[in-house]
Design a protein around this ligand. Structure first.
Ligand code: PLP
Length: 285
């Protein structure tokens, strides 16, 4: 695989970053994951806009321009012959040459920019969409700026391991009695004709897929209610689902051992998935 590091396209075995890189020592970096369908980028501009916001919230210098980023994404997709898959992008506060809590001067320490592709043939036909996910709830122990897409992923990673140890697929995190989001996705339930999901704030990542799916709700003739909700309420729902750039819309069929409805993926989440995939393919660049 060919990867991109600081202006160069290199074989992955030759790509190097410093041991003093702030992301390595302090998780001081941000990232984006953009999906590729039929060789095209889904919602590239949404990801580029969120990246710029993450950098700005952390007082990191502006990254490469939107057009430069698009060019790098496309070049990697082309070189690596990715039809379906993902492009991972990470920008860190660079490598100041020693360990220090104080931010380095960006004039002497440029950011580290890394991109690589992950080829996932059949990404849109994930068989999991036919069976649905089983979820367990855990306390949300992350920091309180989850709107910034940082590489601090230890707790979400531990969450996945908690789920796995119980033979389940993923976690929904809970704070003050209310669901925040999944380990790497936004969380929703459907009751009647209404999609319920937590409103945007610093408590959750502002999912690019979330924004798209809520836009498409109208096309699916569904209402949207953005409000806090509990695990108990979601367990009583007709359907539930998660969204992310890599999972698109993925049904949830069980929460903390309680089956939703008949325990099978429901028609409404399936319809939202179909609309999301169709519309995304149409506008992918
Ligand atoms: N919430 C969290 C914590 C995430 O890590 C992610 C994606 O990685 C999402 C939500 C979904 O965001 P998006 O739809 O932009 O992929």
């Amino acid at each position: 695989r060919t990867v991109y590091v600081n202006g160069e396209y290199l074989p992955e075995t030759e790509a190097k970053v410093s041991i003093f890189d702030r992301a390595f020592l302090m998780a001081d970096g941000v990232y984006e994951v953009t999906s590729v369908l039929d060789g095209k980028l889904v919602d590239f501009d949404g990801h580029a806009t969120r990246l710029a916001r993450s950098l700005s919230e952390l007082d990191m210098p502006e990254g490469p321009s939107r057009d430069e980023l698009l060019e790098i994404h496309r070049e990697l997709v082309r070189i690596n012959e990715v039809t379906d898959g993902l492009v991972y992008l990470q920008i860190t506060r660079g490598a100041p040459g020693d360990r220090d809590f104080v931010f380095p001067d960006p004039a002497t320490t440029p950011p580290t920019v890394v991109l690589f592709t992950q080829s996932k043939p059949g990404l849109a036909d994930d068989p999991k969409a036919k069976v649905g996910l089983s979820i367990v709830s855990v306390d949300d122990l992350r920091w309180s700026r989850r709107d910034i897409k940082t590489v601090q992923l230890l707790y979400p990673s531990m969450g996945k391991m908690i789920a796995k140890a119980q033979g389940k697929d993923d976690v929904w995190m809970v704070e003050d009695g209310h669901v925040t989001e999944g380990s790497s996705n936004n969380a929703y339930f459907i009751k009647g004709n209404t999609i319920v999901t937590r409103p945007l704030s610093n408590d959750i990542l502002h999912g690019i897929t979330r924004a798209a799916v809520l836009r498409f709700a109208e096309e699916a003739q569904m209402a949207v209610e953005e409000r806090l909700f509990t695990i108990a309420e979601a367990q009583e729902a007709d359907e539930a689902f998660i969204t992310s750039a890599s999972a698109f819309v993925m049904p949830v069929v069980e929460i903390d051992g309680v089956a939703l409805g008949d325990g099978k993926p429901g028609p409404k989440a399936a319809r939202l998935r179909e609309i999301y995939l169709d519309e995304s393919r149409k506008v992918a660049i």
